[in-house]
Design a protein around this ligand. Structure first.
Ligand SMILES: NC(=O)c1ccc[n+]([C@@H]2O[C@H](COP(=O)([O-])OP(=O)(O)OC[C@H]3O[C@@H](n4cnc5c(N)ncnc54)[C@H](OP(=O)(O)O)[C@@H]3O)[C@@H](O)[C@H]2O)c1
Length: 362
């Protein structure tokens, strides 16, 4: 019998509809592949029938009552039109078994979550924006999520289970004192490549080509992406922080440059980075981008660490998280693993969707 087999089966599988936002992005596409690959096993093992009821991005929208083919989506997508999302919500009807999956990096999309949750749509998000908005929004969102669940495990550390364990620490009354870590797979890849001799501009382009950076790599280089993760982590640990309580030291002052202009703009900093790397190596150290957060706030920036520090010895793409609690501080509780990549992120999103689907199917 399949490993997913469970104790109880009803004759008809419970249908759970999925609406995928960001359907043709890197994570969204990897999610569709996984849905296709796992669908039959989930029907057999969990008695749950996940249907891709609708899919969209900024350019197109597709909807089908009996479910879209997750792989052959291009032909089904039609150009977006005004009011199409509202019309979709009306078509979806009874929302109690629908999961919205946000695979965008859009603040605008995240702004709709409280309203969507209150309409009864569960949400699984790789998008960090909702968890990193000002506290008033975050509190409203958490309140809305008390009746309909919102899961966002992949917003920090991709598929490494971090937020669930952190929540458990808080719930069991284990006071979290502070969190320190390497929270960006793309930046740990970038600095590892610099220590291997790559030029700064070249390493950024490589990270983007490999799908490790945010859609806009300047979000990684500006430190905003790590700052958002620190806010999400800090709030999960019980620290009531506003976004301006996370100090950010960007890796580059360049802002607002995209497309073909980005690489030459970054190349202007190649020599300065080569000098910094050489100075760190001469001192037996390595440069890493460290994020830290505690009850009073946090910071993100480049630090020069002794080569034997756990954060300095991480492999490219790796995330390392050290959580100090009142019970566990010497050594700190440490979680580590691959923290970037569309496929690993989509696998984590899929876990969130499965958890929600099982909850809805009950
Ligand atoms: N890649 C990773 O390693 C990784 C790791 C952890 C977390 N994440 C998170 O996963 C999310 C997706 O990342 P990605 O690498 O897949 O990005 P991506 O390849 O750029 O895809 C983004 C997708 O979102 C769509 N989109 C953007 N704004 C939208 C809007 N307002 N309405 C509807 N669709 C919209 C885009 O549509 P168009 O193409 O039409 O513009 C595109 O399909 C991000 O939040 C990222 O932080 C990624």
């Amino acid at each position: 019998m399949n490993a997913l087999a469970v104790e109880r089966h009803s004759p008809l599988p419970k249908r759970v509809d999925l609406v995928l936002i960001g359907a043709r992005g890197r994570v969204g596409s990897a999610f569709r592949q996984r849905l296709q690959a796992c669908h039959a096993d989930l029907v057999r093992g969990l008695n749950i029938d996940l249907r891709l009821r609708a899919a969209m991005d900024r350019r197109g929208l597709a909807e089908r009552m009996d479910g879209l083919d997750p792989i052959a989506l291009d032909g089904a997508l039609r150009p977006r039109s005004a009011g199409d999302i509202e019309a979709l919500w009306l078509h979806l009807g009874r929302a109690s078994s629908t999961v919205l999956i946000d695979c965008t990096a859009s603040d605008e999309v995240a702004g709709h979550y409280p309203q969507w949750l209150r309409r009864g749509f569960a949400i699984a998000a790789a998008n960090k924006h909702a968890g990193a908005r000002p506290l008033a929004f975050y509190r409203d969102l958490q309140q809305a999520a008390q009746s309909t669940p919102w899961r966002y495990e992949t917003t920090v550390g991709a598929a490494i289970p971090i937020l669930g364990p952190l929540r458990d620490l808080r719930l069991r009354g284990e006071q979290v004192l502070g969190i320190r870590g390497l929270l960006s797979g793309s930046l740990s890849f970038l600095l590892a490549r610099l220590h291997q001799g790559a030029r700064f501009s070249q390493a950024v382009m490589e990270a983007r080509e490999l799908g490790y950076t945010e859609p806009d790599p300047l979000e990684d280089l500006g430190g905003e992406d790590v700052a958002r993760k620190l806010l999400i982590l800090g709030r999960e640990a019980g620290f009531e922080l506003e976004p301006d309580q996370i100090g950010v030291n960007p890796l580059t002052p360049i802002r607002g440059v995209s497309g073909p202009a980005l690489e030459p703009a970054l190349a202007a900093e190649d020599d300065a980075w080569a000098t910094r790397i050489a100075a760190a190596e001469a001192a037996g150290q390595r440069l890493v981008v460290v994020g830290e957060v505690g009850p009073e706030g946090g910071s993100v920036g480049v630090q020069s660490l002794s080569a034997d520090d756990a954060l300095a010895s991480a492999s490219p793409r790796e995330n390392v998280l050290q959580i100090r609690t009142a019970l566990q501080h010497q050594p700190a509780l440490t979680l580590r693993g691959p923290g970037a990549g569309a496929e690993v992120t989509a696998a984590g999103v899929f876990s969130d969707v499965l958890a929600l689907a099982q909850q809805l199917a009950r």
